[in-house]
Design a protein around this ligand. Sequence first.
Ligand SMILES: CCCCCCCCCC(=O)SCCNC(=O)CCNC(=O)[C@H](O)C(C)(C)COP(=O)(O)OP(=O)(O)OC[C@H]1O[C@@H](n2cnc3c(N)ncnc32)[C@H](O)[C@@H]1OP(=O)(O)O
Length: 160
Amino acid sequence: MKMMSDGTIPEHHPHCLGCGSENPAGMQLRTRLDGDVVRGEVTFDRRQQGAPGIAHGGAVATVLDDALGSVLVVLETPAVTANLNVSFRAPTLLHQPLHVEARVVERDGRKLHLSARLMDEQYTTLAEATALFLVVDVVHFTQGGEALPEAWSTWGSSTT
Ligand SMILES: CCCCCCCCCC(=O)SCCNC(=O)CCNC(=O)[C@H](O)C(C)(C)COP(=O)(O)OP(=O)(O)OC[C@H]1O[C@@H](n2cnc3c(N)ncnc32)[C@H](O)[C@@H]1OP(=O)(O)O
């Protein structure tokens, strides 16, 4: 398993998932490893607003997908989201510190079954996701024509 000495999960994506800088939707998700579970914190602001004062469902799904992506860093396995199912259980309010967690449920060959949850400060579930990630060769990520992060060069590329 790969993490920094302070327990945080290192950069693994051009948008810096896991290192606390902004992803494409302007959200900061800081993640760390706690046993087998990736945990993080995020706060939505007006940039992610859907209904007044409430986060857009797409923004919620993005954070859950980001947390799931951090699980790949822990596994050091290149994979992509093939399928993401999100259940919205309660409105996600802006300007509230929220908790996120993600974990591996099962691995079946190339198929990684993962789950993630977004919770409010009292750990009440706001949204939960189940996802199928498919392991790919790291070459998959060169299709965009951009250089890949150096750390990825040591990651496993076996798709079996
Ligand atoms: C170093 C790593 C860093 C990680 C950071 C990046 C994480 C970012 C996470 C993302 O957001 S990735 C962006 C969103 N996802 C994509 O862009 C993926 C786009 N889709 C693809 O590239 C291909 O469809 C994919 C690689 C996922 C699958 O194509 P393949 O040709 O490799 O798989 P194939 O179609 O042969 O299917 C393999 C198995 O998976 C199953 N499968 C494929 N797609 C599925 C799907 N969508 N839902 C359910 N099952 C699916 C398929 O039925 C089959 O099952 P069986 O082996 O049992 O027959």
